[in-house]
Design a protein around this ligand. Structure first.
Ligand SMILES: Nc1ncnc2c1ncn2[C@@H]1O[C@H](COP(=O)(O)OP(=O)(O)O)[C@@H](O)[C@H]1O
Ligand SMILES: [Mg+2]
Length: 394
């Protein structure tokens, strides 16, 4: 029975274990939080990421290790890799932890991104805005997620305010992309180099947080799927990657721009649990263990809804046909991802009516989420007449 070590014990770790236990795998999680959602499904080493004695205990007897979020400190990843095998490699972490390094890496591969430039001190902000253009999105280089640590700015004055509101920390300034839609590609590469991609997914964010997705994304020409797979394949090869990787794209005038990459299973791939032949979680485990990869074909069409801020009524959700509820075991908090619901339909033509129906059910959750957004925006704008938070139209 292989023992898998997972750095991080959030919902992604929990769903990895839910996929791996039927394969006879055991799990050990490293997470500083005593309330880590994955702890219910395996051993839990609860310690800070720089606690060498605990990391040693964590790595003892592991067959293989992985990580489920990209903020694992790189020295921690290097330590675990030195005592065993860590997949994906620490290199993938290093590249994706810093938005500037990530974008430069993507550009070096010849892939398209929004215009961008780095700002390390406020003095250069004005000249960078001239080169990137307005409106723009200012993003902290590190530790941003779910739209946190970034703001849309429409004028130079707003950018000055954003620089202060974001804590005068190094940022990437990106041109605002008036995209037609957001797409993501979840792809897996095995230890032998074999790769398999899931169909592109269409993602709908609200204030930088993923709210719902359609999988497979409707109306994707074969050439666009191929373009996405080619781009992702370049990234996988450049990183000599093993495991699941996700690439977020903006579709803009028929072209794909890479927004960001995640070296892990991804929220926009949760539909694969019931909506694909093999889930992203199982395929990640197969990849890091050197096992054959499973089919990434979709079964019908899926609608994925995130549960944000407050849990819906369980009975109401379970009364829906072909609908699957996942609750992560996290304490409810405004703006927090607490779970997700996947609804499957047999035919693409049935998506519209199911989507409408499910969105009605989620209305209460959305209202609460809006309250959370307002509060978060207020926090970020403290002490400053602030520019618009991400998600506002430019
Ligand atoms: N340059 C941009 N132009 C337009 N929208 C953007 C841009 N950058 C980010 N966004 C919006 O904000 C969301 C979150 O930004 P992203 O860079 O993916 O950061 P996070 O790490 O928080 O997911 C995106 O999914 C998109 O909706
Ligand atoms: Mg993103």
């Amino acid at each position: 029975m292989s023992l898998i070590g997972v750095l991080g014990g959030g919902q992604l770790g929990r769903m990895l274990a839910l996929a791996g236990v039927p394969l006879g795998l055991r799990f050990r999680f490293f997470d500083p939080s005593p309330d880590a959602p994955a702890a219910a499904l395996g051993q839990h080493v609860c310690a800070p990421y720089d606690d060498i004695a605990s990391l040693t205990r964590f790595t003892d007897g592991l067959d293989v290790a992985t990580y489920e979020f990209e903020c694992v400190p790189t020295p921690t990843a290097a330590f675990v890799n030195g005592r065993g095998r860590l997949f994906p490699s620490p290199l993938a972490l290093g590249v994706t932890q810093d938005r500037l390094v990530e974008k430069q890496f993507i550009r070096r591969l010849g892939l398209h991104t929004a215009a961008f430039a780095a700002v390390d001190d406020g003095d250069h902000l004005a000249s960078v805005l001239v080169s990137v253009g307005l409106p723009a999105v200012m993003k902290r280089r590190r530790h941003g997620y779910d739209g946190r640590g970034q703001m849309v700015v429409r004028t130079a004055a707003e950018a000055e305010h954003a620089w202060v509101a974001l804590g005068r920390q190094p940022v990437v300034v990106e041109g605002f992309v008036p995209f037609d839609r957001e797409l993501s590609l979840v792809i897996v590469r095995g230890r032998s180099g074999e790769t398999r991609a899931y169909p592109l997914v269409e993602n709908h964010h609200r204030d930088g947080v993923l709210h719902w997705s359609l999988a497979p994304a409707p109306a994707i020409p074969a050439a666009l799927q191929a373009e996405a797979e080619l781009a992702a394949g370049c990234i996988l090869n450049a990183l000599d990657y093993t495991g699941v990787l996700t690439v977020e794209f903006f579709e803009h005038r028929g072209r794909l721009l890479v927004n960001e990459i995640a070296p892990r299973v991804h929220n926009s791939g949760h539909w694969t649990i019931e909506g694909a032949e093999t889930s992203q979680f199982e395929n990640h485990l197969r990849a890091i263990l050197g096992l054959p990869l499973g089919s990434t074909a979709a079964i019908g069409c899926s609608i994925l809804h995130n549960i944000i801020g407050a849990l819906p009524d369980t009975a109401t959700i379970l009364a829906q046909p072909h609908t699957y509820l996942h609750v992560y075991g996290k304490a409810p908090r405004p703006g927090r991802k607490l779970g997700h619901v996947t609804t499957r339909v047999a035919e693409a033509r049935d998506i519209g009516s199911r989507l409408l129906h499910m969105q009605r059910l989620f209305k209460t959750g959305s209202v609460r989420h809006d309250a959370a957004r307002v509060r978060r925006a207020e926090e970020e704008r403290a002490h400053t007449a602030a520019p618009a938070d991400i998600g506002g139209a430019p």
